[in-house]
Ligand binder design. Structure first.
Ligand code: GLY
Ligand code: MN
Ligand code: MN
Length: 456
């Protein structure tokens, strides 16, 4: 992404903050076992403001009247370490490629912090995430107050910068939408591959690998979250990521997956029959979830609220539960009493962006917030019939979720994932050629993506 996008975000953040200093920090590297580390992903807020994705990074933004300063603390170049784990931008790169006014070795952060905080009215710092770090910052502030006789003082106020960033991140810019569109297109390709590759007898993990193989070869470097590939009753576990059961003939398969691209996440769910054809009962249940998906998507438009979108989907799901014989009674009272919860236990969806469950308020002063142009929301109704005594016998083992990613536009909505079939006839048509994926898999060419920060 062009360096100017990150500079513009910093400008917007600085304009929104009051005079003071803002500090953002990266997540640490998480050890896995032995000498192995979990794949590294930096903090979304830090990245969105800097484009810098290395560990051990602190970004500092300073505002005093018209004065602005942007400082990066980064890992210095280290030829030996780089031989083992890869290139670093280093201090030179932070200045040259990432637009910092000043850059230092991250090891110097706490040495330089008192000078940065001296006589500043306030500090913006995300708290509750890294308490040892926050503790050291607090001690630095306290030490400055002890220097009052020398005319020094630390900030009196500490403000969580997410009070600004949550609103900024809720409304996506053109460049965010472009990345989301690409992430969705890659994810759609992964799902189509799965629908054309599945066959009873396969392992869930094998099918998840087909999805992720398509993500990778289309330019996504990692998944937005662990792929969920759940056959039969496993689909009633909402975040099922074991993916190690055999897919049986007659199972429905629920896949919930998303490619991440440029730190933007797609998030799609589809449910399809392992053998290519829905049974009558599976189809009946599926079409209720599809109707709920359609109703909730149709409700998405500027000015309506998140709660109204949820209610539009929920009402249809409860009608479905009555029709399917899982619930008895009037839809209105079943909604009010929450009697549907054993079969639908989550909300209709969530904000989507750099994080799959993206940041941003859902309620302000107790009221569900109105949708605005530029928001992106997932719409993901589901019905889950666990293999449990309380579930009507014939429905046991059916778990369905249909999830789309929806951009709120000026007048209504745009479904970013509408290239992926979800009508029964369309899914069955795509699956008529099951096995085709294995024969047709050919290398694809993806455009070479430049590193963030490099101008292009
Ligand atoms: N993939 C997690 C979710 O749909 O919320
Ligand atoms: Mn999902
Ligand atoms: Mn979701």
């Amino acid at each position: 992404m062009a360096r100017t996008v990150f500079a513009e975000r910093r400008r917007r953040f600085l304009n929104a903050m009051d005079d003071g200093v803002a500090v953002f920090k990266s997540w640490p590297v998480h050890p896995r076992n032995g000498d192995v580390e979990h794949p590294y992903r930096t903090d979304s807020d830090l990245f969105l403001l800097t484009g810098f994705d290395e560990p051990e990074t602190m970004a500092v933004l300073v505002k005093r009247g018209d004065q602005r300063n942007y400082i990066l603390f980064v890992r210095p170049r280290d030829p030996e370490m780089e031989t083992w784990v890869g290139k670093r931008a280093g201090i030179e790169g932070a200045l040259k490629d990432f637009g910092a006014d000043e850059a230092y070795d991250s090891a110097q952060f706490f040495d330089r912090l008192p000078a940065l905080l001296t006589n500043q009215p306030r500090l913006y710092l995300e708290f509750g995430l890294d308490t040892p770090f926050e503790g050291r910052v607090s001690l630095a502030i306290e030490a400055l107050k002890g220097e009052a006789r020398k005319g020094l003082c630390g900030p009196w106020q500490i403000i969580d910068p997410r009070s600004i960033l949550w609103d900024m991140r809720l409304i996506k810019g053109d460049e965010d939408v472009a990345l989301l569109e690409d992430a969705c297109a890659i994810t759609v390709a992964g799902f189509k591959a799965a629908m054309q590759a599945v066959t009873p007898g396969m392992n869930e993990g094998e099918l998840a690998a087909v999805v992720e193989f398509e993500f990778r070869r289309r330019g996504s470097h990692r998944v937005a979250f662990e792929t969920i590939c759940a056959a039969g009753a496993n689909a009633a576990t909402l975040h099922y990521i074991r993916n190690d059961a055999t897919i049986a003939d007659g199972d429905l398969v629920l896949i919930d997956a998303g490619a991440e691209l440029g730190m933007m996440s797609a998030d799609i769910s589809r449910t399809f029959p392992a053998n290519g054809v829905f049974s009558l009962l599976q189809r009946r249940a599926y079409e209720w979830v599809l109707k709920a998906n359609d109703a909730a998507i149709a409700a998405v438009k500027p000015g309506t609220t998140y709660a109204k979108v949820h209610e539009a989907g929920l009402k249809v799901l409860v009608e479905g539960l009555v029709d399917l014989g899982a619930l008895k009674g009037k839809v209105k009272s079943l909604v009010e009493t929450g009697a549907y919860r054993p079969y639908f236990m989550h909300r209709i969806g969530h904000w989507l962006g750099a994080d799959v469950h993206d940041v941003g308020p859902y309620f302000v002063d107790g009221a569900s917030i109105p949708l605005r142009q530029g928001m992106v929301i997932t719409i993901e109704p589901g019905l889950y019939f666990a293999d449990a005594p309380a579930t009507p016998k014939e429905l046991r083992g059916i778990g369905i979720r249909i999830e789309d990613d929806v951009l709120v536009t000026h007048k209504g909505r745009r479904v970013l994932t509408d290239a992926l079939p979800k009508a029964v006839a369309d899914i069955e048509a795509l699956m008529a050629d099951r096995g085709a994926w294995w024969k047709a898999v050919q290398p694809v060419t993806v455009p070479v993506r430049k590193k963030p920060g490099k101008k292009h």
